[in-house]
Write a protein that binds this ligand. Structure first.
Ligand SMILES: *[C@@H]1O[C@H](CO)[C@@H](O)[C@H](O)[C@H]1NC(C)=O
Ligand SMILES: *[C@@H]1O[C@H](CO)[C@@H](O)[C@H](O)[C@H]1NC(C)=O
Ligand SMILES: *[C@@H]1O[C@H](CO)[C@@H](O)[C@H](O)[C@H]1NC(C)=O
Ligand SMILES: *[C@@H]1O[C@H](CO)[C@@H](O)[C@H](O)[C@H]1NC(C)=O
Ligand SMILES: *[C@@H]1O[C@H](CO)[C@@H](O)[C@H](O)[C@H]1NC(C)=O
Ligand SMILES: *[C@@H]1O[C@H](CO)[C@@H](O)[C@H](O)[C@H]1NC(C)=O
Length: 462
């Protein structure tokens, strides 16, 4: 009897885990089958040539990395779970959240981490509502920050009804975005986006929101401070950093599509393979983390064989080429990386008490009747034909949701809400004479557009 009872108890979680695993596998497989090469739109990134931030010193904890002679023997940066757990246990009760004097509407002033964890509102549950105060900036303007290819107002597109919606969470209030209030709240703060081109879209969106899309001579380019300068032969720098001089607010973006540390195997050979350290955060993140107040990570669409091979990335774990077959599978490698970087950021929070870290969930793609390279399209222009509401409790991105469990890294869950907005992609519209006729971009979003709502959710949560 007793045995049967136990069996039943154990059986349930096992079958649940199994179901979750199968579901995740299908999801990952579906993404993998549909890799949209945003490198087609963003010319492929050559590995950055040696720069001040490129060869981090892994063995020492100085904030200033030293240059090495391309010695990439990674000794100490593998993530030791036992050590991390100890750190978390030691600092678990630190009143981290009470340090955020600039966060409104939160009730964790007693620093009770438990009560904080349970009181967090689920911003991803709710619905899209029409709002004539949207968009928050004009797509004709904001030329200073907005890439032409994402400014749908500059293309042949004629229907812009997608711009006129705001996300309304079911159980929490999102204060109206007001840029001067936002900047005041972000006085002396730095907001960093690190991720792929969808992260870059969110960065451009926030720049347009914070400037109202107006010419803003008071905004200073401070890329140099972060080593974000265009290197010889590069198409663009690895990122951008801008400072609003009135409030000393810095907003920056760094391109790291996989959130792995990328180190050329032979620095003197431009054509050499590049070690993709699944268990090492990008050197840029390690170097500048202490300067960030808000960090928004994202990754997802570069986790496919085509992109990894195309970039000549060779998976490394623990400083050596990966030998484990299981881990070499893209879905597992991505999951391993997402868990690794999350644990690393979480382990840094006690020593960076000002920092609020977010992991943004994957941005959904909407290719119908084919894929990005087989004529797939997203031609619908009518908003919300598939419904306007998200009722599920959990995230549609189980990998990132799972990785954040038990950490203080916050979920910026935009997957299900964006899933409802297939009409908001760039689609087949192009600036006259540019772009690739006949193909559609059903991955990136028009700006102004859906990523503005991601930022509204972000701002509500900081
Ligand atoms: C790390 O720092 C120690 C001294 O604290 C020094 O001896 C050692 O060379 C440094 N390691 C590297 C890789 O620079
Ligand atoms: C690491 O950092 C701590 C505190 O900043 C310092 O006391 C220690 O000497 C550093 N260790 C190394 C090897 O640099
Ligand atoms: C923290 O929250 C728990 C659960 O709500 C409560 O039992 C405990 O007394 C709280 N601790 C403090 C210090 O407020
Ligand atoms: C701007 O903010 C940074 C902190 O993010 C601070 O170190 C710096 O002193 C501030 N600059 C001015 C001019 O207040
Ligand atoms: C690195 O590349 C250079 C230039 O192609 C080549 O001469 C050298 O032999 C390479 N080193 C190694 C260790 O492969
Ligand atoms: C992802 O990795 C974590 C930690 O290693 C593991 O617990 C989880 O089952 C993995 N999830 C998937 C979908 O592979």
């Amino acid at each position: 009897m007793k045995g049967g009872y136990n069996y039943k108890l154990i059986g349930k979680p096992i079958s649940f885990t199994l179901a979750a695993l199968v579901f995740t596998t299908i999801l990952l497989w579906a993404w993998e089958k549909n890799p949209f090469a945003d490198s087609l739109l963003l010319p492929r990134q050559r590995f950055p040539m040696p720069s001040i931030d490129f060869f981090g010193d892994f063995s020492n904890n100085s904030s200033k990395p030293m240059k090495t002679n391309g010695n990439i023997e990674g000794k100490d940066l593998h993530l030791n779970t036992a050590e991390d757990t100890k750190v978390i246990e030691k600092f678990g009760t630190a009143p981290i959240d009470s340090m955020y004097a600039f966060s409104p509407g939160m009730h964790e002033s007693n620093g009770n981490a438990t009560s904080f964890q349970t009181k967090v509102c689920n911003y991803a549950k709710g619905r899209w509502v029409a709002d004539n105060r949207r968009p928050l900036y004009s797509g004709f303007k904001c030329k200073q920050w907005l890439s032409e290819m994402w400014a749908c107002r500059l293309t042949q597109r004629t229907d812009f009804s997608f711009e006129g919606y705001r996300w309304k969470p079911a159980n929490c209030e999102i204060p109206d975005f007001e840029r001067s209030a936002f900047l005041r709240r972000m006085q002396d703060k730095t907001i960093a986006f690190i991720g792929d081109s969808l992260g870059r879209q969110q960065f451009q969106s926030l720049m347009c929101m914070a400037t109202g899309g107006e010419e803003s001579p008071e905004v200073e380019n401070v890329g140099k401070e972060y080593g974000l300068v265009k290197r010889r032969g590069a198409i663009r720098p690895d990122g951008w950093a801008y400072r609003f001089s009135n409030t000393n607010t810095t907003i920056l973006y760094y391109w790291s599509a996989s959130l792995c540390d990328l180190v050329p195997l032979n620095i003197s050979d431009r054509a050499s393979d590049i070690a993709m350290h699944l268990d090492r955060p990008p050197a840029f993140l390690r170097q500048y983390l202490h300067r960030f107040d808000v960090l928004v990570l994202n990754t997802g669409h570069h986790w496919n064989r085509g992109k990894i091979n195309g970039n000549r990335w060779v998976m490394h774990v623990n400083g050596k080429p990966n030998q484990e077959k299981m881990r070499a599978e893209i879905g597992n490698a991505k999951n391993f990386t997402v868990y690794s970087i999350t644990r690393w950021v979480d382990s840094q929070l006690p020593s960076h008490p000002r920092l609020k870290a977010f992991f943004r969930t994957i941005s959904p793609r909407h290719f119908f009747n084919g894929d990005w390279n087989t004529g797939g399209t997203c031609d619908n222009t009518t908003p919300l034909v598939g419904g306007s509401e998200v009722v599920q409790e959990g995230s549609s991105d189980s990998v990132i949701e799972g990785a954040l469990k038990g950490t203080k890294v916050k979920l910026l869950d935009i997957t299900a809400i964006s899933q409802l907005r297939d009409e908001g992609h760039i689609s087949h519209y192009t600036i006259r004479g540019k772009g690739n006729a006949g193909t559609s971009d059903c991955l990136h979003w028009c700006l102004p557009g859906i990523p503005d709502a991601w930022n509204e959710l972000l701002v509500a949560q900081i």
